[in-house]
Design a protein around this ligand. Structure first.
Ligand SMILES: *Cc1c(COP(=O)(O)O)cnc(C)c1O
Length: 417
């Protein structure tokens, strides 16, 4: 459910027309709906309320500090995967005690920053990282609360590139090695073992991989406790799928919560969950303007002013985004390709998509672009990052403005010779 809908044939974000935002900030831009973002958080929070979880929003899904701050005020924590994301979470007002730090390649500098802040938990992914974290903590006179990310060898995720829980993936420690690694950690003075963690992939539309992975980890928790480790926390990661308009209805958060409850409740584990896409995806759209209509050899081609650098999911993951005209067009549709201006054949958002008669100057919206949209954008082809706008009822605020060309180039310099 989201708050992007037509009113008198004009597409609105809550009570603001996308045309009005385009007039104010130009195109392309990302627009987010505050009500949608909070609704998704609330639905998940309610579904898991009896478990009193730490809901650590996965910042990489959509990292604007205004969005993190909205969620933080609602009670969310943050799951960060870099020093930069840690800084964003802190700046947005997330209490350090609600921040978990994930990722396979944390640097010592990032560890120091997180220890100084006093975060809730490091999700450690290798013995090498464990050794480094122990050394950094000892040097600071600190103790790092840790969980190990367990690789349960389960295939899951909407695309090969977003599967993270198979044995061959780079993530986590192999479940077969887990007991030995926890044993090693227990002998170190700079870390304190608190729990277990997993994250098996993203855009997972079937509950079975979760069920299998969770039950493997539940067994591991019993083994670890038998070995004498005080396992208090279970971090189940993120990964639940959202509807993109071509994939039916993924499981409801209530159904997912039931699967989580089966593993977390009987063992009395404090639950941590790291949702990203589930909270942000349907809360954002990318709005772009048609520049040219070409009659291609195969079919009509709409050339728009957004490119793969602004929204890379179609090029990267063959992802589907529904495309809605900002002003509803009556009459028949015809198959179109929708392409951007970037000098790559993969700069194509849709192929053979039935669309109404759109002409130069018309606006269109890519739906469900709130997660892994702006966050994966780049300046490829020297195209400045596009603005982000937050809509709340009848008001909208620019939460990231469009940089000037000078700003884009400002960090570069010519060598003196
Ligand atoms: C990306 C990521 C998430 C969020 O995944 P979603 O599919 O967006 O819910 C959670 N935890 C970790 C460790 C991640 O890398």
């Amino acid at each position: 459910m989201h708050h992007f809908a037509y009113r008198d044939d004009i597409l609105h974000a809550e009570d603001v027309s996308l045309e009005a935002i385009a007039d104010a900030v130009g195109t392309p831009f990302y627009a987010y709906s505050r009500a949608t973002l909070l609704r998704h958080y609330d639905v998940l929070a309610r579904a898991l309320a009896d478990l009193n979880p730490l809901i650590a929003y996965s910042v990489k899904a959509s990292p604007n500090i205004a969005l993190i701050a909205l969620l933080a005020r609602r009670g969310a924590g943050a799951d960060v995967v870099s020093g930069g994301e840690l800084m964003r979470a802190l700046k947005a007002g997330v209490p350090p005690g609600r921040i978990v730090f994930s990722g396979v390649g944390k640097t010592r500098e990032e560890m120091r920053l997180a220890l100084e802040a006093g975060i809730h938990q490091f999700n450690v992914e290798s013995e090498g990282e464990l050794g480094a974290l122990n050394e950094v903590a000892l040097a600071m006179g600190a103790v790092a609360p840790i969980a190990f990310r367990i690789n349960p060898d389960v295939k899951a995720g909407g695309h090969e590139k977003i599967s993270t829980g198979k044995a061959e993936d780079k993530f986590g420690v192999p479940i077969a090695r887990a007991r030995a690694i926890y044993g090693a950690a227990a002998r170190l003075q700079g870390v304190a073992v608190k729990g277990v963690d997993l994250h098996i992939g993203s855009q997972i539309s079937d509950l079975d991989p979760f069920r299998i992975a969770f039950s493997r980890v539940a067994e591991l928790v019993m083994d670890l406790r038998a070995d004498g480790h005080a396992i208090e926390r279970l971090d189940v990661g993120g990964g639940l799928a959202v509807p993109y308009g071509n994939n039916g209805d993924p499981p409801h958060p209530e159904q997912y919560a039931a699967v989580v409850r089966e593993i977390a409740a009987p063992q009395g584990l404090r639950l941590i969950i790291e949702p990203g896409r589930l909270i942000a995806a349907n809360a954002g759209v990318l709005v772009s303007r048609v520049l040219y209509v070409k009659e291609g050899a195969a079919r009509r081609i709409l050339v728009i002013d957004a490119g793969m650098n602004d929204l890379i999911r179609p090029a990267f993951y063959d992802a589907y985004h529904a495309i809605e005209p900002a002003r509803r067009k009556p009459g028949p549709t015809s198959p179109c390709d929708v392409v951007g201006p970037v000098c790559e054949s993969s700069d194509r958002f849709a192929k053979d998509r039935p669309l109404p008669e759109l002409g130069a100057g018309d606006l269109l919206a890519f739906m469900t672009a709130g997660a892994y949209g702006a966050s994966q954008a780049s300046e490829y082809n020297s195209r400045p990052l596009v603005p982000e706008v937050l809509v709340a009822g009848a008001r909208f605020d620019v939460i990231r403005r469009r940089p000037t060309f000078d700003e884009m180039i400002a960090r570069e310099s010519l060598p003196p010779s």
